[in-house]
Design a protein around this ligand. Sequence first.
Ligand code: XMP
Length: 319
Amino acid sequence: EWSMEAYRHAKIADIRAQVGSGKVICGLSGGVDSAVAAVLIHEAIGEQLTCVFVDHGLMRSAEAEQVVSLFRNSYNIPLIHVEAEELFLGGLAGVSDPEAKRKFIGKTFIDVFEAEANKIGGAAFLAQGTLYPDVIESVSFVGGPSVTIKSHHNVGGLPERMNMALVEPLRELFKDEVRELGRELGLPEAFVGRHPFPGPGLAIRIPGEITKERCDILRKADAIYLEEIRNAGLYDAIWQAFAVLLPVRTVGVMGDARTYDSVCALRAVTSVDGMTADVYPFSAEFLSRVATRIVNEVAGINRVVYDYTSKPPGTIEWE
Ligand code: XMP
């Protein structure tokens, strides 16, 4: 009979069989999936696992500290924290094509993982929290539709020359099942209930060219939006909510001065698995409160719009 407890034990056996006495590096993204994968693999192989958290400078505000403290304080899992903002933002300068962003970020993650693997004397395996929907949306099936919607870097965007084998214990699971597995493994509810956050982070929420300044502007707007969502008690009713910083400037008026600044789009959707999604129907009062706060508190944004597109035909992210 199928149960999450049985799944946990079966996967632990699989992981042991796959890696033997080899070393495994696990990339933590800050999200639920990679955290669950890491805890499961740690249970299977203990000290053979080293987790690497790469701060690419494209995190939301406070995201990095939360993951690092969860792993260092609640679990005794060795964690290497790599500061790589300059490496990532430097390489992304001048890049505006969404797939080019993903490819660069995926490749650079692997470069960093390989460098860290060498420092610990080599690792034969790289673990990732790839889920079933990532596999479906990234792979062109033989005989099936040959479109790649988005090359999630933890599936399609990996460089071919990579010399570590992949360990992906969540590959058959949907998000709700990963959360259940996380609970089974004892992860705190506040962590398990987190909204998904994409590996390329804010890079795909800043259409066009990415700069540190634009990341900082977006982080401020996004933090205000999420704070209001939490204060209104809506966080758990929403699959994913985030701000997007558009490469469009519009005219506004502040006091008696003319402004010419960026537009911020707000996105919030409900979903079961991320494959389809509906727009979250906020009240007009809620949206006006958030818009007013963002325009008043975030220099560089003078207009806020709400994205009313379901998936399909839209995708959840803007890139
Ligand atoms: P879309 O935008 O394809 O998003 O409707 C579906 C879900 O996948 C997440 N997403 C990504 N996750 N790397 C990731 O790890 C990516 O490149 C990526 N693109 C989208 C998105 O946040 C949503 O949860």
